[in-house]
Design a binder for this molecule. Structure first.
Ligand SMILES: [Zn+2]
Length: 80
């Protein structure tokens, strides 16, 4: 499971500099920066700690801003 740490106090903008959408910057566990849409979506994760009794947990989840930014192709070129 990937666990993301929210980056705080690092001066990263809370807005996409291309489309102006509100975003959150985080760092993935492998150290790569990620840009997420600031608005969370309610999703359900399944805790299978006890495989015979899976537990559904409602939680806020975030989607990659690359999935909906109209300028995503420019980010991928590394010029962001
Ligand atoms: Zn954008």
């Amino acid at each position: 499971m990937l666990i993301f740490q929210e980056r705080k106090g690092n001066g990263m903008p809370n807005q996409c500099k291309r489309c102006q959408a509100p975003v959150i910057w985080v760092r993935s566990v492998n150290g790569k920066p990620m840009i997420l849409n600031a608005k969370p979506e309610k999703r359900i994760v399944i805790d299978r700690t006890d495989p015979s009794n899976p537990v559904g947990i409602v939680t806020d989840t975030y989607t990659s801003h690359f999935s909906n930014c109209p300028f995503a192709n420019e980010f991928r070129k590394g010029k962001g």
